[in-house]
Design a protein around this ligand. Structure first.
Ligand code: HSE
Length: 372
């Protein structure tokens, strides 16, 4: 059989770069014919991935896109909106794998997160679904943490309070966060170097810098270093943000739940670089003993890092600082809350660019290539 043709769009961006890096780490670049698309340098040299590829092709070249068996896009929602409908209207029947949210909730699309919803993916492929879309990072990371409880039918509802990293907003925002950190450090440097400086003086210096007109906030819209931003994405109905709306809509679609399990909470941007964290209140349908809950979570898939609810290990193993760049999903602070029977407190941390974005796409691509 002829080698499958796989087109990559948006491979230079943050998610796309992590995708290519993961594919190289896993030795995925074999047995197919890649084409790399570009919005800026058609004719340029393709990346070195160990497989031969033609010179870069313009990302709006529908003819070459339409000759691919699979297109993987990390180019963003505007690109999907512009190109996907035209490709489909021209009769293209290939698989479209996408990190953007544009197509996620379409009835003809499946949200891919295989350690959580392989049966939903299998059923979708069997009925001819060809749009395979990565979930919202926060939702995917929450389900990676809680799927063991969902599978046992224990979850009545979830309230999710998030602590989301700058990378979820984009590369420019990550850079701006670090620039903000530098500005704060520089503003306080002289006082910090003097051991006699009081903490209150230091705070006043930092606070003044946070409000200075020169303080860089062009991309984040507000100070994030030394602060937080309790708003992510656009407003939707009834006081929710779109990021908060996705929690319920996407988690239920990913798991294929009927009746649905309510999920809601507040989404907050914090000064972490690429790990999203979440403080979850899980209302259980019955008052399950803690050891059974721990066992269900530990057994849910191979990437769980279950952290005992104690201070030293929590500080060492359940933070963005320790889980950045890791495929492990930290789950800890597990204990019954004083709100009443069946209320469980959970804290989870996961890398937003890995399980939150690139990894589910990589894995479904590999599955499609192996099915042939
Ligand atoms: N929307 C998410 C965020 C990232 O802003 O953190 C992508 O799912």
């Amino acid at each position: 059989m002829a080698e499958q043709r796989v087109g990559f769009v948006g491979w230079r961006g943050m998610v796309g770069s992590v995708l290519l890096q993961r594919m190289q780490e896993e030795g995925d670049f074999k047995g197919f014919a890649p084409t790399f698309f570009t919005t800026s340098q058609p004719g340029g040299a393709p990346p070195q991935v160990g497989l031969e590829a033609p010179p870069l092709v313009a990302a709006d070249d529908l003819k070459v896109l339409g000759s691919q068996d699979i297109v993987v896009s990390c180019q963003g929602g505007d690109y999907t909106k512009s190109v996907h409908p035209r490709l489909r209207a021209a009769g293209w029947r290939g698989y479209w794998i996408d990190a953007a949210s544009t197509l996620r909730m379409e009835p003809g699309a499946v949200i891919v997160l295989d350690p959580v919803n392989q049966p939903v993916i299998d059923a979708a492929l069997a009925r001819g679904v060809r749009d395979l879309i990565g979930g919202n990072c926060t939702v995917s990371l929450m389900l990676m943490a809680l799927v063991g409880l969902y599978r046992r039918g224990w979850v009545e509802w979830v309230s999710s309070m998030t602590y989301q990293a700058a990378s979820g907003a984009g590369a420019a925002q990550v850079k701006e966060l670090v620039a903000q950190m530098r500005a704060l450090g520089a503003a306080a440097a002289a006082e910090l170097d003097d051991p006699a400086t009081s903490a209150l003086l230091l705070e006043r210096k930092v606070h003044a810098e946070l409000g200075a007109p020169r303080f860089p906030t062009q991309h984040l819209g507000a100070p994030l270093a030394g602060s937080l931003i309790p708003w992510i994405d656009k407003a939707v109905d009834e006081g929710q943000t779109r990021e908060e709306w996705k929690g319920h809509a996407e988690s239920n679609k990913i798991l294929g739940l009927s009746p649905e399990v309510p999920v809601d909470g507040l989404c907050v941007r914090v000064g972490a670089l690429r790990c999203h964290s979440q403080g979850l209140t899980v209302k259980l349908r019955q008052d399950v003993p803690l050891p059974d809950i721990e066992a269900a979570i530990a057994q849910s898939h191979p990437w769980i890092r279950l952290v005992p609810n104690e201070p030293r290990l929590t500080r060492e193993r359940l933070t963005p600082a320790t889980l950045s760049g890791s495929l492990e999903i930290g789950v800890g602070r597990l204990h019954k809350l004083k709100l009443g029977p069946g209320y469980l407190g959970v804290f989870t941390v996961g890398d937003q660019l890995l399980w939150g974005a690139a990894e589910p796409l990589r894995r479904v691509l590999v599955q499609l290539l192996e099915r042939q």
